[in-house]
Design a protein around this ligand. Structure first.
Ligand SMILES: *Cc1c(COP(=O)(O)O)cnc(C)c1O
Length: 402
């Protein structure tokens, strides 16, 4: 397959975004509402016109626009809209596309909140959902119905770390007039889903994009048409459900976005180092950067060059009873924090089946091969990763796991 030449980091760097006084960081617009000199311009704005005018901050805010423009540049989409959480981005995008009686096909392995939304919540709208193994292309084709509106997946699935074959799934979706919605939270910069054929890309910016664990936030990257539709004053899901991001937060996330490419490289280098060491000591683990990972070649064929394989490793200690003391000991010895979430400068670890995927019923966890002893590591930006490995292996030794 041809090498992908897209460079999301340079796409962001090329933007010139500055404030009204030449301030190198765009001015923060700390306002809920905006004045109009002419009544007819206000009337226009309510009808979706008045280009460049701001109306009310639930609809659009200049600070959110700067961050949205940078995210659109990163993804190569025409537009973007920033939300108060990743779940807000996911639910807004899905509810915009689907009407009562529609059908969704989703990867069975997704973030636990997404699974719960699709498994438990959309029922109230009589929306039907088929859960598939996203690596089984035939099962996707077989699940398509006349009322299927969305195929949903994650570029790198949580917590199984499967890689979605976005170009192939996009082709199937478009042949059937279905939208492909991809959550790219685990692989910003590394994978560019829109460039590979996805229609809409969603993010939890809480994770790698912001990288500081000081807020929750999300984003929807899509066409002008879709972003205009979600923010339409009469029937837009974002405008009417109101999940907008606070502009003070947008401005701080925008500054963190500027270092995302460097952080992704470092997270990836550290994770690769640990994966190689885990292999040497014979630990059972899963990391798509390793050449023996079942989706390593697929990932190579779709990824952008130079950003690594991301910072998430899943190790399998078989049982929750073996995982628990190991995580407690790692925290005690200073490996990182026993906490959910990911993409932070400190290493974070948790037992997926008991935490971020606990919304997935046990039978389904078993079906997808989610081990009760699976510990998801989000590898941090540790300067001395050799020391980190020594700490991890000393915990394994102390518990006589190796
Ligand atoms: C955390 C996460 C979400 C949800 O995002 P919030 O910001 O917590 O609402 C969605 N998808 C993935 C892959 C995540 O890791």
């Amino acid at each position: 397959m041809a090498k992908k030449k897209y460079d999301p980091a340079t796409a962001i760097q090329k933007l010139e975004q500055f404030g009204e006084f030449g301030d190198v960081n765009p001015s923060i617009t700390d306002s809920a509402t905006y004045t109009f000199l002419h009544e007819n311009v206000m009337i226009d704005a309510f009808q979706g016109g008045a280009e460049g005018c701001f109306l009310y901050s639930r609809h659009w805010n200049p600070s959110n626009k700067y961050l949205s423009d940078a995210l659109a540049a990163m993804e190569g989409t025409e537009s973007a809209w920033v939300t108060a959480s990743g779940m807000a981005a996911i639910t807004t995008a899905i509810l915009q596309i689907c009407n009562a009686g529609d059908h969704i096909i989703t990867s069975v392995t997704t973030y636990g909140g997404t699974f719960a939304f699709l498994h438990n919540y959309v029922k109230k709208f009589n929306i039907d959902v088929t859960f598939v193994n996203i690596s089984d292309i035939e099962s996707i084709k077989n699940a398509i119905q006349p009322n299927t509106k969305v195929i949903y997946t994650e570029s790198m699935t949580n917590p199984m770390l499967q890689i979605s074959d976005i170009p192939t799934i996009a082709k199937i979706a478009h042949e059937n007039d279905i939208k492909l919605l991809v959550d790219n939270t685990f692989t910003p910069m590394i994978i560019s889903p829109f460039k590979l054929g996805a229609d809409i890309v969603v993010y939890s910016m809480t994770k790698f994009i912001n990288g500081k664990n000081d807020c929750v936030a999300g984003a929807i990257c899509a066409s002008h048409q879709f972003i205009n539709d979600i923010s339409n004053v009469n029937n837009g899901t974002a405008m009417l459900l109101g999940p907008v991001l606070d502009p003070l937060r947008s401005s701080s996330i925008l500054k963190n976005l500027a270092t995302l490419h460097i952080r992704m490289v470092k997270h990836g280098e550290n994770a690769m180092y640990l994966a190689q060491k885990f292999k040497e000591i014979g630990l059972k683990f899963n990391y798509p950067g390793m050449s023996d990972h079942p989706h390593h070649d697929l990932m190579n064929s779709i990824m952008n060059e130079g950003f690594g394989y991301s910072g998430i490793i899943a190790i399998d200690l078989e049982t929750a009873e073996r995982a628990a003391p190991f995580m407690e000991l790692m925290q005690k010895k200073g490996v990182g924090y026993h906490a959910v979430s990911l993409g932070y400068f400190k290493t974070l670890f948790s037992n997926s089946g008991r935490s971020t995927s606990s919304e997935v019923p046990i039978e389904i966890q078993q079906e997808m091969g989610l081990s009760p002893g699976l510990i998801r590591f989000s590898v941090g930006l540790d300067h001395d990763i050799e020391r980190t490995f020594e700490l991890i292996s000393s915990c394994l030794e102390e518990l006589a796991y190796i």
